[in-house]
Design a protein around this ligand. Structure first.
Ligand code: AMP
Length: 424
């Protein structure tokens, strides 16, 4: 199938081909014609499947067809869980809409609200927002959502996980009932389905990604190692394999900072990214990483959400996530858009229960090996998954303020199809 057969306008097709995309991904093939026809969508798709273009392209097409009024009104609203994802979506809106004269902006917490207010006052057609900051704007009456025609809930499962349900309910109450709603979620728990029943109108269900199976282009490996030697082994791995761009996951914000410092001491340029860092510092670290100014970026789960780096080859789990579902999200940073990727996990003596729980979740055995010179001396201490670490939930970063975990993930059941290619 070709992009030209989806019904998109010439200006959008031009932008798509400027991105180097040749064929629509499975989610795009299914979502775009339905969205153009005005259907509500409930799509199960992980990041890396091309889901952003799946909702952005038809959204731009439809908005470009609206008659231009004297002032720009928010006609499309995209809600995302994190600032990083909001930025990512906003960049895609700009890229795909570069031959269309629509104005878009992005608002999220952790940065000065005044410039956002100014941009909103000047009028925008498309608003990408995290729920917390959008509520701030609504309270200040600096944004009007009464003309929204298209609503996208991106990574809806994650938004619920982060306790955004009350904020979403408040926001949705202000939107016109007559609108198109597209909901994207890596997983479809009963809570998500309930949300869909409340806010979507006869949605078309699309399932292209097996939520609990990692992208087929990612090779997964794991090494048993004493926790005390993980740092040394990580530096050795990056150095000896001459890895130039590695996303490393740590469990805590302080742990991420410490590890980045240690890697620097070991001669590997590194920085960290997490919710306690200012937006400026996070952007800097991310752009240094994207430009290959640093070799390792050490991230916590929340901060890494939405990071989209073309052709990132390696993800290393320095520590396994407390919430095992995050494992899928972590390794989804690599092996994107049909590229090959490698995900390596370092398994300490107290992480074997967690590791097995991940294998059960994926319904797949991951090769567990030992690296010569780093043979573990400690015995496994636990066969049970580690209790969840509540630290980040007790002290959430500003955008997630004070909202506790709302929902336990339920059974997941989306389905994945093959990869796709790009020419540039
Ligand atoms: P997403 O799932 O939206 O985060 O997209 C994952 C990656 O796939 C991004 O880097 C996109 O630029 C890329 N992408 C999206 N659609 C296509 C396509 N049709 N062909 C090739 N790459 C794509």
């Amino acid at each position: 199938m070709k992009f030209t057969s989806l019904g998109l306008s010439a200006d959008i097709l031009r932008a798509v081909s400027a991105q180097g995309y040749e064929t629509p991904t499975p989610i795009q093939q299914q979502a775009i014609p339905a969205a153009l026809a005005g259907r509500d969508l409930m799509a199960a798709a992980q990041t890396g499947t091309g889901k952003t273009a799946a909702f952005t392209l038809p959204m731009l097409h439809k908005l470009a067809e609206l008659p231009a009024g004297p002032v720009r009104k928010v006609h499309a609203l995209v809600l995302t869980p994190t600032r990083e994802l909001a930025n990512q979506v906003s960049e895609s809106v700009r890229d795909y809409g570069k031959f269309i004269s629509l104005r878009s902006t992005v608002v999220f917490g952790g940065v000065n609200i005044n410039p956002q207010m100014k941009t909103l006052r000047q009028g925008v057609d498309i608003l990408v927002a995290t729920p917390g900051r959008l509520i701030d704007h609504l309270t200040r009456r600096t944004v009007d959502l009464s003309q929204v025609k298209v609503l996208v809930l991106d990574e809806a499962d994650r938004m619920l996980d982060m306790g955004f349900l009350p904020a979403i309910e408040r926001i949705l109450a202000l939107l016109p009932k007559q609108r198109q709603t597209m909901m994207f979620s890596a997983t479809f728990s009963p809570t998500i389905k309930k949300l869909a029943t409340r806010f979507l109108n006869n949605p078309l269900s699309i399932e292209v990604a097996q939520a609990n199976s990692a992208a087929s282009t990612v090779t997964q490996m794991a090494y048993r190692v004493d926790s005390a030697r993980k740092r040394e082994m990580l530096a050795h791995m990056i150095g000896s394999q001459n890895l130039q761009q590695v996303l490393v996951f740590a469990r805590t914000k302080r742990g991420a900072d410490r590890l980045a410092k240690h890697l620097e001491q070991d001669g590997i340029s590194a920085d960290s990214i997490h919710g306690d860092k200012s937006q400026g510092a996070r952007n800097r670290a991310l752009s240094d990483f994207k430009r290959n100014n640093i070799r390792a970026l050490v991230a916590t789960d929340v901060a890494a959400r939405g990071i989209d780096i073309d052709q990132l080859s390696h993800v290393i789990n320095y520590e396994l996530p407390d919430d095992i579902e995050n494992y899928v999200h972590r390794i989804g940073r690599t092996g994107r858009a049909g590229n090959e990727g490698t995900a390596i996990s370092l398994i300490g003596a107290d992480e074997h229960g967690q590791f097995r729980a991940i294998e059960r979740l994926l319904n797949k055995k991951i090769n567990l090996d030992v690296m010569t010179g780093y043979e573990p001396t400690q015995r496994e201490t636990s066969d049970k998954p580690r209790p969840r670490n509540n630290q980040s939930r007790r002290t959430p970063s500003r955008d997630f303020s004070g909202r506790g975990k709302q929902q336990a993930h339920g059974h997941r059941k989306a389905r994945r199809e093959g990869g796709f290619s790009r020419s540039a």
